[in-house]
Design a binder for this molecule. Sequence first.
Ligand code: AMP
Length: 119
Amino acid sequence: MAYNKNNIFAKILRREADAEIVYENDHVLCFNDIFPKSKIHVLIIPKNEYSNIYDFSKNSSINEKESIFVAFQALIDLFKLDKKGCRIITNHDVDGRQEVPHLHFHFLGGQDLGKMINI
Ligand code: AMP
């Protein structure tokens, strides 16, 4: 699937749309979800153009992959979730019901999230 440069996260990356940025590194941007499903709901996105997790898994560099996990740890530290935990999810394709076609991980926490939630 060709990357769609008009998606909202691409606009946030180009600073054409606003976002509440909470963390950033060379390869990753993290910002609050506009419709939070839990007390903490941050979206973690790669800065380069990857449509989804399959695209990223296949085509990203080791540095880009590592930077995602660096961002996970930065958010765990930022929100002090080392003891309470969190949930990290990515949706993809028909069964995953991904809506925005730029890879994003949902970082959820700050409360008991239940066994599983629909997002
Ligand atoms: P998904 O269904 O996994 O593609 O999730 C897309 C997420 O993007 C949803 O949780 C939306 O609330 C969120 N979202 C859509 N537009 C924005 C925006 N402008 N800023 C922040 N989050 C957004």
